[in-house]
Write a protein that binds this ligand. Structure first.
Ligand code: AMP
Length: 291
């Protein structure tokens, strides 16, 4: 596996692959790899001749006072895991390589970026859309892989690709969970043993919301309230948002119908965690949907 740190080196690597007629899959990450990332990599491995994984803790998607400096990093471990998952090249640039002094251009996906995590983290999705656009231009992949753990991010990236005519297919991969249901996340490392127990509240609330809808509840406020109570029954939890929204527009629902996004953001001690589930209500019959 190659480890590339400059844009020029990536372009050269990609040019070689293209000359051989090989297809390219890109897996963008911030590193500190876990099974979620590795599932994206393995999916890319199955669908492409060449797999490139970017590992870059992108400063423009962190707000002031967020965890940019203490975000976990371990490139040596990431290299081993990525190689074992079949990654052909890691792109691990410096901040200066991606944002040289005088950098001034940003990509903003309006509307979709202003709700849910975008409301709590102003500028976050502008940073995400910008770095993903840059990665698409640098790597020019045939396919790029994103996890549904970050559901809003996946919706925004799909809109970005459509609106700016990027010639890339976006593939989404279901959320990979720990045995007890906690969504895997690099930030889970921050949790103390007690907080780790309270972190399960997100999954439990989503399960409860899904069950209520499957059992026939159609009032979104009732579902939100039940999920909120469930989360707050765990110690050290503080709610950022509990949302029952349209899965396509991301707008809040009053009556539950169609493809519904149940999404939660919860502070567990000093760590902000997110998770979501999709419930499809068709002809008034609901089922949980992991696609
Ligand atoms: P991150 O390194 O957290 O920015 O995540 C990089 C990519 O991995 C994003 O597309 C995430 O949605 C995806 N990802 C992170 N956690 C998971 C998970 N538990 N299951 C599936 N995909 C994930």
């Amino acid at each position: 596996m190659e480890v590339l740190t400059t844009i020029a080196a990536v372009r050269e690597f990609v040019e070689g692959a293209r000359k051989r007629g090989q297809s390219i899959g890109l897996v963008p990450t911030m590193g500190y790899l876990h099974e979620g990332h590795l599932t994206l990599a393995r999916t890319a491995r199955e669908q492409n001749d060449v797999v490139i994984m970017s590992i870059f803790v992108n400063p423009t998607q962190f707000g002031p006072g967020e965890d940019l400096e203490r975000y976990p990093r371990d490139l040596e471990r990431d290299k081993r895991l990525a190689a074992a998952a079949g990654v052909d090249a890691i792109f691990a640039p410096s901040v200066e390589e991606m944002y040289p002094s005088g950098y001034a251009t940003y990509v903003q996906v309006e509307g979709l970026s202003d709700v849910l995590c975008g409301a709590s983290r102003p500028g976050h999705f502008r940073g995400v859309a910008t770095v993903v656009s840059k990665l698409f231009n640098i790597v020019q992949p045939d396919r790029a892989y994103f996890g549904l753990k970050d559901y809003q991010q996946a919706v925004i990236i799909k809109r970005l690709v459509r609106d700016l005519n990027f010639p890339v297919e976006i593939i989404t991969v279901p959320t990979v969970r720990e045995q007890d249901g906690l969504a895997m996340s690099s930030r889970n490392k921050y949790l103390s043993p007690e907080e780790r127990r309270s972190a399960l509240s997100l999954y439990r609330a989503l399960q409860l919301g899904t069950r209520l809808i499957v059992e026939g509840e159609r009032n979104a406020a009732v579902v939100r309230e039940a999920m909120t109570r469930e989360i707050l029954s765990y110690p050290d939890t503080r709610i950022d948002y509990v949302a029952v929204n349209d899965a396509a527009t991301l707008e809040p629902l009053d009556a539950i119908r169609g493809r519904v996004l149940l999404a939660v953001a919860v502070w567990v001690g000093g760590t902000r965690l997110i998770d979501n589930m999709i419930v499809e209500v068709k002809d008034d019959v609901a089922h949980h949907d992991e696609k």
